[in-house]
Each structure stands twice: as structure tokens, then as C-alpha cells.
Write a protein that binds this ligand. Sequence first.
Ligand code: MRU
Length: 366
Amino acid sequence: MQVDGKAYRSIWFDHAQQQLNIIDQTVLPHQLRVLSLPNVDSVCYAIRSMQVRGAPLIGATAAYGMALGLKADASPAAEQRLAEQLLATRPTAVNLHWAVQRIRGVIADQPVCERAELAFTEAHLICEEDVKTCSHIGDHGLRLIESLWQEKQPLQAQLNILTHCNAGWLATVDWGTAIAPVYKAHNAGIPVHVWVDETRPRNQGAHLTAWELAHHGVPHTVICDNTGGHLMQQGMVDLCLVGSDRTTAHGDVCNKIGTYLKALAAKDNQLPFYVALPVSTIDWQMKNGLQEIPIEQRDADEVIWVQGVDKQEEFSSVRITPAESSACNYAFDVTPSRLVTGLITEAGIVNADVAGLKQLHEQIQN
Ligand code: MRU
């Protein structure tokens, strides 16, 4: 995606410098800072501290983490340690496991001296594939938006889409998942307007989705997390579109905390609630999302302290709770499949149920 006329991805390998680069998402939207990650420790820190975040990007970064670690020591014992170190960073997004496994699959039984190079090649491939995958998600989602827009015009001047967290290009390598269809629709001349949930406590909506949309010129409005239900009741939302960190084989969707409440409100207002995801986000082993998906709990300080810039544009952190109050910080929740209208994947749109996932599974096998 373009930022001030320059093309960026959220992660890229600079072949000339032999350097892995990321956009540091902890300082956006106030600063566009590029960081280099020289080794697996810096990769783990970047994932844990959310300098990189979003399920597909976590996967891509972890793949490079494996490659960087293998460059230092490619022995089988080191490989095991690297995998464990990376998998311990964040528990919910299944893409992390998927990417680490993919690298391990490629280097298995290969000579030790070739393993790092093979891992780098696979990590580059994961990134290239992610860009294509997300673009295809965008194409399928575009068709959905086109047909909704045909129903709504000429009664409405714009199509209102509500999204939660950041499922834009910053959460992937490029394009995004839930926001890819929005970019494609905007590019195709459909007057989309996005309601951006601020997404407490880390404010990925206010910080990241709003920044992305602003740079692409997509009309949007940031709203408090509690506003969506009211907007839906007032007929001010036509479509809810979110991403996923893990989707079960029965169609339950785990996404940023608060997603479930939006899905409930959408159901109560008979509004379509779609989830956009790459197939790599599906955990085919899991059936019941509520019982089986590990939900990350993060530091309570993320709830207690709010980050931003002051009027002089200096970074600042302010406490918003009494000093004696404790807080808890569940990072994700599970939306049961019965609340999901459909899953938008790179292979097409399917129902969020056993039959839909089975159909998708068969489709990607062929
Ligand atoms: O905690 P985060 O910021 O990594 O959570 C990200 C989300 O919940 C996204 O909606 C999800 O990864 C899907 S984005 C492609």
C-alpha cells in the first residue's frame, strides 16, 4: 500500500542489506518508524510487544524468526528451541503455528548447511503468498460489497461498513483481510464509508485502521467501542466486516476482544456479519472455539494506561483508573458460528458451519 506516495509492506526483507525490516506498529499513527530485526530474540520481542501484530503478519514474522535463528545455529536441537521460543510469544493466532510448522516441514531431513537458506526462501514465499491471498480475499469481498451496494442505492449515498480492530494491510503483509474488500471497493468507485471501532485497550482501530484508511483516502469515522449497537439500530450500518485469528473447523471465529458483542448486535438487527480470513487462519483440528481456543491475556497495564501524544506531539502515557484498581485484559473472544453470516477466504465465500468448512477443505485440496 502507498504511504505518502511510497509503496510499503508491513514486513520486507532487504536483500541488498540482508536485513529484515518491519513497520513498528507501536508508534503509529504518530510516527512511521522502520525497524530492523537482526535475530530471533528481536523477532520474539516484536511479536510479543506488538511491534508486529495481526494473525497473518505474526505468521510471516515468525517464519523469518525461524530463518534468522537457523542462520545462527541450524542443528535439530536449535530448531526445536527456536520453535518453542516463537510459539511462546502469543498463543491465539494459529498462523504462528502454521508458519513455524511450514518452515520445519521444508527443512526437515535437509543438510544442516542448507537449512537456513531454505528457511529464508520459504519465509519469502509465505510473504508473497500472503499478498496474493489477501488480494483474492479482497476480490471475493468486493463482489459481496458490489451486490449490497446495488441493493442500497439510490436510497443511500454511501455504503456503511463497520469493522473492529485492525484487519488491514498492517495486519498482513499487504492488502489486509477484512479491509482488502474495502480498498478494492473504494478503488472501484463504490462510495464506502467505514465505522472504525477504536478497539480498546490497544486501540488498533483508532491507531492503525484509521491511519491506513486515511492514507488510502477511504472515508471513515472512528467510534468508541460501545457505539456500534446504536448505529446498527439506527440503520447506519449495512455490513460488519472483521478478521479472524483462529477459525475452527465448525466455523467459530476468534478475533479481537469485543468482536462477539458486535456479532450479537448485528444478529439482533438482521445485519450481515462477515469474517474475512486466509485459509492459514483455520485450525482444522478444533471444533468448539469456546472450549478449545486459547485466549491470550495481556498485561493489565494496557487497560490502565492509555498511550498517545500530547498537544506538543510528544509521546505520553496516562493512567485512567484509580491507583488502587486492578484490571484484566483478555485480548480475544470467540464469536460462535451461528452469528457469522459467512467466511470470506481466498478460495471464495463459504458458510460458517461444518458443511461450509468441509466444502472449503475439499476445494483447497483440489
Ligand atoms: O492483538 P492483535 O492486534 O494481533 O489482534 C489482531 C486481530 O484481532 C485481527 O482482527 C486479526 O488478526 C485478523 S487480521 C488479519
